[in-house]
Design a protein around this ligand. Structure first.
Ligand SMILES: CCCCCCCCCCCCC[C@@H](O)CC(=O)SCCNC(=O)CCNC(=O)[C@H](O)C(C)(C)COP(=O)(O)OP(=O)(O)OC[C@H]1O[C@@H](n2cnc3c(N)ncnc32)[C@H](O)[C@@H]1OP(=O)(O)O
Length: 242
């Protein structure tokens, strides 16, 4: 009896040690990840400002930063993994929608259709994303290091009120500008007859994506408003499970 109690205590201790090692590893990884992402988005911010100051135009700006943007925005996919394995307390669905819609904008719209890369709407969403991400990743970094300046916390939970609608406007206007080129070129589309007997029209797919902002964007926006009330005003919010 005594020995089984002792076993229990040893087991508990081992479990606690394992949990502590896991959480130390997770914190170390998240700190590295957030520092790297803050640096990446800062590099993008500086590159965009330098381009504009040197050339005096936004034309060619996307091309000049495309590689860095694709790298850092695509790398954000690991955030969905963070939620899935439970090292951050965020919904997989909310994060998944946010990250996938950005990756879609980068790879399947802006990068694929050269003719729209100089649209003002592209610059709009690029500037909005950059301000958002520099703020967001520096917030997570300082928080993990237990040295969070109030200004960063305030910015993280206030900037989005204006930046989210602006970002969405930039994204929707860019997809809208892409529609004629997609229709004319028939890109990413499959017409019948073909050996798979499948038909797919990217033009209509883009219209569906645009329409899907109507139900999805308010959910992300209200999620952030709830986070804001929780973090800035200390409200206790009962979250529903995914
Ligand atoms: C395949 C085709 C798809 C097509 C879909 C089309 C539909 C698209 C509709 C969607 C429109 C999106 C448009 C969008 O792209 C436009 C913009 O982004 S504009 C820019 C403005 N945007 C924003 O400000 C929002 C940015 N995004 C986010 O903040 C997050 O992605 C979001 C998931 C929305 C919310 O974040 P979260 O729930 O994580 O909130 P918190 O930051 O408060 O974090 C909660 C807790 O988790 C901890 N955490 C999270 N991440 C980390 C991390 N990396 N490192 C450390 N800790 C982390 C955080 O500290 C919190 O912990 P605690 O509760 O202890 O405080």
């Amino acid at each position: 009896m005594a020995s089984s109690e002792e076993d229990g205590t040893v087991e508990e201790k081992e479990n606690n040690n394992k949990k502590r090692t896991k959480s130390t590893l997770a914190t170390a990884w998240l700190t590295f990840y957030n520092i790297a992402m803050t640096a990446g988005w800062l590099v993008l911010a500086i590159a965009m400002m330098r381009f504009y100051v040197q050339k005096g135009t936004h034309k060619g700006l996307y091309r000049s930063i495309a590689r860095t943007l694709k790298f850092f925005q695509t790398f954000a996919l690991v955030e969905v993994g963070h939620c899935a394995i439970g090292i951050v307390r965020t919904s997989v669905i909310v994060t998944g929608v946010q990250v996938c819609s950005r990756i879609f904008m980068v790879w399947f719209i802006t990068n694929s259709i050269r003719q729209i890369q100089n649209e003002e709407s592209v610059i709009l969403f690029l500037v909005v994303w950059t301000v958002t991400e520099v703020t967001r990743y520096s917030y997570y970094t300082f928080k993990l290091l237990n040295h969070l300046p109030y200004f960063i916390k305030w910015a993280r939970y206030n900037f989005f009120i204006v930046l989210y609608p602006l970002g969405v406007a930039g994204e929707l206007l860019t997809i809208y500008a892409a529609l004629p080129f997609v229709r004319r070129s028939g890109m990413y589309s499959m017409r019948l007859p073909n050996k798979y007997n499948v038909s797919f029209d990217y033009y209509y797919c883009l219209i569906v994506v645009m329409l899907s902002y109507i139900p999805l964007f308010p959910q992300l926006y209200f999620h952030m408003l709830r986070q804001r009330r929780k973090v800035l005003h200390g409200e206790v919010i009962v979250e529903k499970d995914d």
